[in-house]
Ligand binder design. Structure first.
Ligand code: NAP
Length: 254
């Protein structure tokens, strides 16, 4: 039987790659998307994807989407927007007042975890961000949103929920092809603070999406949280293909 998987943030830049990868393997996965814009979903996936329209701030919209699901992939996030020019003449970034990180990255994720638990979902794969150990991280200052703090709080809620989890703290996301680099995993932001020589603290969105797909299948990815970046293509000694070994090198907790 294929694994029934709900992807939230399915119309996002990483979420849509995850959906496309899952749709390519119908023998393994029966995929659904949770979206707030059905038009955007049609533009991205045509009629291929069963979609549930809702908003993660409204728990009742999550319930039907999760009914009968084995796994949930959380790829939602508050999205910073330009809010005019600051005094310095530089663009000011912020969040719409009803889409602050506390509402989206904390309460919205808690709503998803609670709804998944109620539906009997067995595994949640959550994509978050590196930098969560540093409350003074630059991303926290955007729109006074404390985005990494709220994301981390939701991740702890997931761990405490008792559902099997895989928490992926991605480095800076690039819109580049996947499957061409060596991935490096770590924890506690060590890769961010002390990246190996010549390795930027980033990786392609497509590689994160492949990690999500692999995490859904590999037992060694269960109950693990880890940071991930990639070596640039030209210095990758080998392309990561043994995901079981990669997950074996990760540890439980945040
Ligand atoms: P993204 O393109 O910004 O997508 C975010 C998704 O969340 C969108 O699909 C959006 O829906 C959805 N969403 C937002 N509010 C929602 C709501 N109230 N109800 C339902 N859906 C909602 O994401 P990304 O850039 O691929 O990033 C994926 C993850 O990686 C995020 O957690 C991000 O913080 C993290 N990350 C990002 C970076 C980076 O360099 N940008 C680095 C490390 C980690 P719409 O499609 O309708 O807008």
């Amino acid at each position: 039987m294929p694994l029934t998987v709900l992807v939230t943030g399915a119309t996002g830049r990483t979420g849509s790659i995850v959906v496309k990868k899952l749709l390519q393997q119908p023998e393994k996965f029966s995929v659904r998307g949770f979206v707030r814009s059905p038009a955007k979903a049609t533009e991205l996936f045509g009629d291929d994807l069963p979609v549930f329209v809702g908003d993660i701030r409204e728990p009742e919209t999550l319930k039907p989407a999760l009914e009968g699901c084995d796994a949930l992939v959380i790829l939602t996030s508050a999205i910073p927007q330009m809010q005019g020019m600051g005094e310095s003449g530089r663009p000011q970034m912020g969040f719409p007042s009803d889409e602050m990180p506390e509402a989206i990255d904390y309460h919205g994720q808690v709503n998803q975890i609670d709804a998944a638990k109620a539906a009997g979902v067995d595994h949640i794969v959550l994509v978050g961000s590196m930098g969560g150990t540093d409350k003074n991280h630059m991303l926290n200052s955007i729109g006074n949103g404390n985005i990494l703090i709220w994301k981390r709080k939701a991740e702890q809620y997931l761990i405490d929920s008792g559902i099997d989890y895989t928490i992926i703290h991605a480095g800076g996301l690039q819109d580049q092809p996947g499957g061409r680099r060596e991935l490096l995993v770590g924890d506690n932001d060590q890769l961010l603070k002390h990246p190996p020589d010549g390795v930027p603290t980033s990786l392609p969105r497509a590689d994160v999406a492949e990690l999500v797909v692999q995490a859904l299948q590999q037992p060694a990815a269960r109950n693990k949280g880890f940071d991930v970046i990639s070596k640039p293509e030209d210095v990758s000694a080998k392309v990561t293909s043994d995901f079981a070994a990669l997950f074996e090198g990760t540890t439980p907790g945040l």
